[in-house]
Design a binder for this molecule. Structure first.
Ligand code: GLU
Length: 394
């Protein structure tokens, strides 16, 4: 795309990378010192924006990659934000609620000087949710005064937006609906496989089922379940919201291993768990017509090439899961205006934005003969590069 070298140099690294120790006093009196991160990749188009993940494998390099992805995502969706990501290297499943709250408050206070409604706005990501955002926002507000717009993905009672929780999974299905119209596909009866049944996967499965598609297999960290006639998605959601695993569902299914699930024959495969789910080891065996990236970077670059060679279409993460941060944008604007939208308005605006982003990507891909991923990146990079120039950074 003829990106000038000086602009490329600014975009190749992060603006700011914060690494902090997050000491936690466990319930048994012992002390754990976890490592926390916040990376602000680029803020030329607006305040830094991106989620916080709590995971045993989170490290600076991963957070750095995810922060850059947020820069491209907010640019592609044309939201007035830059890109950031944060995390704590810890397995939250090993923590009590008190420990999780204490960890979150310490983390919020140690980062608060680089955050704010017009500086950097965190949100949920892997293993964090509305409750974690509530604690985060309370800790931030204890130092800076009541500031709901400093964090998104909050509970409705604390300035959260009706629709935000479902927005990533629902948005993914809006993108697929736009794609289906363009490809002349009828989604009724289409076979859908969803890897990961957290916030993104479970909402995507619900919305696919509501459209009449057949969700034939889903999985979580404990394993997968299959029903060729279509799984009872509401039953799965009930099981999981009670704290269970999809493998404990009490309606008709057969168990399936995680490796097998990724290579099941289907129309739509949605990797919605962690990164690097489709690699050069299993890409040749993927038997889906289209892969829709619910997670961030679930397909490695090597696997991406293999899928492209085999004619498997990929709807890239920065488009497919962009409904989450778009919903965060709606929440942020509502907080700033101190005004609440109805959920119907939220969903209508979400649908419009994602549909328009899909059309731009599909048009660019057609014009240039490139993949959707390259088309999405080139649109996003163009926008960020322009802002970098206009700001006078280079
Ligand atoms: N964690 C989500 C993402 O990766 C949402 C980020 C946000 O809403 O700021 O897009």
């Amino acid at each position: 795309m003829d990106l000038p070298g000086d602009v490329a140099e600014v975009l190749a690294t992060s603006y700011r990378e914060v690494s902090v120790q997050v000491p936690l006093r466990r319930d048994d009196g012992s002390l754990v010192v976890a490592q926390g991160y916040r990376v602000q990749h680029n803020g030329a188009r607006g305040p830094y924006k991106g989620g916080l993940r709590y995971h045993a494998d989170a490290d600076l390099d991963e957070v750095r990659a995810l922060a850059a992805l947020m820069t491209w995502k907010t640019a592609l969706l044309d939201l007035p934000f830059g890109g950031a990501k944060g995390g704590i290297r810890i397995d939250p499943a090993t923590l009590s609620q008190r420990e999780l709250q204490s960890l979150t408050r310490t983390f919020a206070l140690s980062l608060s000087h680089v955050l704010g409604a017009y500086r950097d706005i965190p949100a949920p990501d892997v293993n964090t949710n509305a409750q974690v955002m509530a604690w985060f926002m309370d800790a931030y507000s204890s130092r800076h005064g009541y500031t709901p717009a400093a964090v998104t993905g909050k509970p409705i009672e604390m300035g959260g937006a009706p629709g935000r929780e479902a927005a990533t999974g629902r948005g993914l299905v809006y993108v697929v609906e736009a794609a289906a119209r363009r490809w002349g596909w009828d989604l009724t009866g289409k076979r859908v496989v969803v890897q990961g049944f957290g916030n993104v996967g479970s909402w995507a499965a619900r919305e696919f089922a509501a459209l009449g598609a057949r969700v034939v297999a889903v999985s979580d960290v404990r394993g997968g379940v299959v029903n060729d006639r279509g799984l009872d998605v509401d039953g799965l959601v009930r099981t999981v919201s009670g704290g269970g695993s999809v493998t404990e569902i009490d309606v008709a299914h057969t168990p399936i291993g995680l490796d097998e699930l990724m290579t099941m024959e289907c129309d739509i495969l949605v990797p919605a768990a962690l990164g690097n789910a489709i690699t050069e080891d299993n890409a040749a065996a993927v038997a889906a017509a289209v892969v829709v990236e619910g997670a961030n970077h679930p397909v490695t670059p090597a696997a991406d090439r293999i899928l492209a060679d085999r004619g498997v279409r990929v709807v890239p993460d920065i488009l497919a899961n962009g409904g989450g941060v778009t919903g965060s944008y709606f929440e942020w604007t509502q907080n700033i205006q101190q005004f609440r939208w109805r959920e119907e308005r939220f969903n209508a605006e979400l649908g419009d934005r994602l549909q328009s982003a899909f059309t731009q990507v599909a048009d660019r891909a057609e014009d240039t003969g490139s993949s959707y991923r390259l088309a999405a990146y080139s649109i996003a990079l163009d926008r960020v590069a322009r802002a970098v120039r206009l700001r006078g950074y280079v």
